[in-house]
Ligand binder design. Structure first.
Ligand code: ABC
Length: 468
């Protein structure tokens, strides 16, 4: 049994610990992403900025991996991101102490928030090529026998290779664990139970899930006792959805691609996106447990694909009001626009944690609408989204009593549409939460889109705190 039901109603803020906030609160400390150095973000830094996160309406955070990594300055710099493991029993000192991590969990729980930690079971890290590894430096997997023979993945469509060859390359090879062996699996199963218990962790993000044999996961997830979401980096729902048979949640890469393609330009038509919403709903056993996103630490930021503020606002609102569990990547609220790794891992402190930025306020409102729906309607979190209207540039969705209208018309776009089947009764008091305007409900809602802005309609009682 896991706490998956509890996670269904969360809204997650994703953090690369090294880049989010420093213990000393310095907002001018330099951090050149291209240098790939540790920039000084820490667990204590996160604690100091929890109200910045909570005031944006998030109910949970996901932090990058916390265990000890290789200390080397590799061809790709240092392991500031946390994915190059060395010892699963130690905490990475660059981020603070084990007690600091416990304090972070405590501070979150004091605020009724949850902690998700990123973990890696697929591989360790190494500085250099895979044929010259000193396995005795690893804990506890201190022998070559725990690892697959060295071969780099050359074809990501060959599943056997994806599972038994290594991620990385000849500069930084990632020694690939034999998780199919019972001795490796049993170490991980007892490790995860202790790890979750010691640090009061509420959920896990399992890195590189498609590179691990599926049979490893059921016992591991059950030993952890918490909800976990597997990173299955693949856009085809026929490939990705079946991982829900082994892990409660998977990252919604199938939706990611059509979502970014629709919202990044005024030229694309909505049909690919609406079709994917329904394919995910039919292929995945529980779409409400998937994590939805338009940005993360592996892909270029959405604001690097377009500078149109209305398109960006629609993409953000779509993530927050969609099916599944929303994930907003730190810095999205400040309009950061880094391209791919390592440029998408900016130091947030340099933007000054501005709570008045347009995206910060948009996220706060959209999260508030979602949180109100979760609070007022006990079936919201399990109810599935339906697309109730679409034309080339506008999509309207309904989930519970929330009707959202998204578009890719762009900042200079306007359009009047009639949305049918809203489920609202005639004359019912509604509020559009992004503008806080009151609207008289109707089964057929007349919506006037101005400046390409998204709209979120809720029953007025949901909005009493949002628009007071
Ligand atoms: C370092 C450097 C990079 C350099 C790279 C070779 O080495 O920083 O500049 O280019 C960590 C670090 C990285 C680091 C790597 C390797 O380790 O964060 O900075 O890169 O040392 C997870 C994490 C990720 C992490 C690792 C490794 C895994 O989120 O942060 O990286 O612990 C694959 C894996 C996926 C992994 C991702 C980065 O690479 O499957 O687990 N992410 C195709 C493949 C995918 C592949 C993806 C990206 O390309 O199918 O498996 O992800 O390379 C769609 C298809 C998809 C397709 C995409 C491109 O197109 O449906 O299947 O994805 O249409």
């Amino acid at each position: 049994e896991t706490n998956a039901d509890k996670w269904r109603s969360q809204s997650i803020y994703q953090i690369v610990t090294d880049r989010f906030a420093r213990t000393d609160g310095d907002t001018s400390a330099s951090c050149n992403t291209e240098d790939r150095l540790y920039c000084g973000g820490s667990f204590q830094g996160i604690i100091k900025k929890l109200d910045y996160i909570k005031d944006m309406g998030f109910t949970a955070i996901w932090i990058s991996p916390v265990v000890e990594n290789i200390p080397d300055n590799t061809a790709y710099g240092y392991a500031y991101h946390g994915y190059w493991m060395k010892n699963i029993y130690k905490i990475n000192e660059n981020f603070g102490t084990a007690d600091d991590l416990k304090s972070l969990a405590q501070e979150l729980h004091d605020r009724d928030m949850l902690l998700m930690v990123d973990i890696v079971t697929n591989h360790y890290g190494s500085d250099g090529s895979g044929d010259s590894i000193d396995y005795s430096e690893y804990t506890p997997f201190n022998d070559q026998k725990y690892f697959h023979n060295y071969c780099l993945i050359s074809n990501y469509d060959d599943q056997a290779q994806v599972q038994s060859c290594w991620e990385g390359d000849s500069s930084v090879a990632l020694p690939d664990l034999r998780t199919e062996d019972s001795d490796v699996a049993s170490v991980f199963n007892s490790w995860v139970k202790d790890f979750v218990g010691n640090y009061s962790i509420d959920g896990l993000r399992i890195d590189s899930a498609k590179h691990v044999d599926q049979g490893f996961f059921p016992d591991f997830v059950s030993a952890s006792g918490v909800y976990s979401v597997g990173e299955v980096f693949q856009g085809d729902p026929a490939y990705t959805c079946p991982y829900q048979n082994y892990i409660p949640g998977v990252s919604n890469y199938p939706l990611y691609y059509p979502t970014t393609r629709f919202f990044k330009t005024t030229d694309s038509s909505s049909s690919e996106l609406t079709q994917m919403i329904s394919s995910v709903a039919s292929s995945c056993s529980d779409p409400t447990l998937l994590t939805n996103f338009v940005e993360n630490h592996d892909n270029e930021r959405f604001a690097s694909m377009t500078s149109d503020q209305s398109l960006i606002s629609n993409a953000i609102a779509f993530v927050l009001l969609g099916d599944g569990i929303p994930v907003i990547y730190y810095g999205q609220e400040q309009g950061l626009s880094g391209k791919s790794d390592p440029n998408n891992r900016e130091a947030l402190w340099l933007s000054g944690y501005n709570k008045e930025s347009d995206y910060y306020k948009l996220i706060a409102k959209a999260n508030a609408a979602r949180n109100a729906a979760v609070y007022q309607d006990s079936s919201y979190a399990t109810s599935q989204l339906s697309v109730i209207f679409s034309n080339d540039h506008v999509i309207a969705t309904k989930r519970g009593s929330v009707v959202s209208v998204f578009n890719n018309l762009g900042s200079s776009g306007s359009s009047d549409v009639t949305i049918s089947n809203t489920g609202y009764s005639s004359g019912e008091d509604l509020v559009e939460v992004l503008t806080c305007s009151t609207v008289s409900g109707s089964s057929d809602l007349q919506v006037s889109i101005q400046g390409g802005q998204p709209q979120i309609f809720v029953p007025a009682k949901y909005a009493s705190d949002i628009c007071s």
